[in-house]
Design a protein around this ligand. Structure first.
Ligand code: MG
Ligand code: ZN
Length: 159
């Protein structure tokens, strides 16, 4: 079985300026790439679980999301980091979908796809809905805050 780090995207890996989709708005949060590299070197898969309700709201398209994610991949590659997969909910909160965080559906889907041991895995995100999502999927889940960056968590968890 594999182990994984499930990561929210906006506000966890890159700066969340609100409905992020323009490549020029891509900025890594301090320490995020370094933390991801540490996890990767310890054998964790890196899987992004992201709500992109801007698609459902008509602010941008799934193609825009793909372009942004590709730019993020290129930026992270400069730090020797490779995201293994992205799981995306494109729906709005009113759509009543089954995949929007805090529902655990996308994490469960990733667990199945990659034969992941939830007990050996972690979820990190900057919102309560990220933590709820991970916990509902049986994954230890922690919040990214101004005081606790992804790098802080990586250092704590990998000790
Ligand atoms: Mg976020
Ligand atoms: Zn959805």
């Amino acid at each position: 079985m594999n182990k994984a780090i499930f990561l929210d995207r906006d506000g966890t890996i890159n700066v969340d300026c609100g409905y992020v989709y323009r490549v020029e708005d891509l900025a890594l949060l301090p320490g995020a790439a370094e933390a991801m590299k540490m996890f990767q070197e310890r054998g964790f898969l890196l899987i992004v679980i992201t709500n992109q309700s801007g698609v459902g709201r008509g602010y941008f398209t799934m193609d825009d999301v793909a372009v942004f994610n590709h730019a993020l991949d290129e930026e992270l590659a400069r730090h020797g980091v490779k995201i293994d997969d992205y799981f995306i909910c494109p729906h709005g909160p009113e759509d009543g979908c089954e995949c929007r965080k805090p529902l655990p559906y996308l994490v469960q889907k990733a667990i199945e796809k990659y034969d992941i041991d939830a007990n050996e895995s972690y979820m990190f995100g900057d919102k309560k809905s990220d933590v709820e999502c991970g916990e509902s999927a049986g994954v230890k889940s922690y919040r990214i805050t101004a005081e606790n960056s992804l790098l802080d968590w990586a250092e704590r968890v990998l000790k």
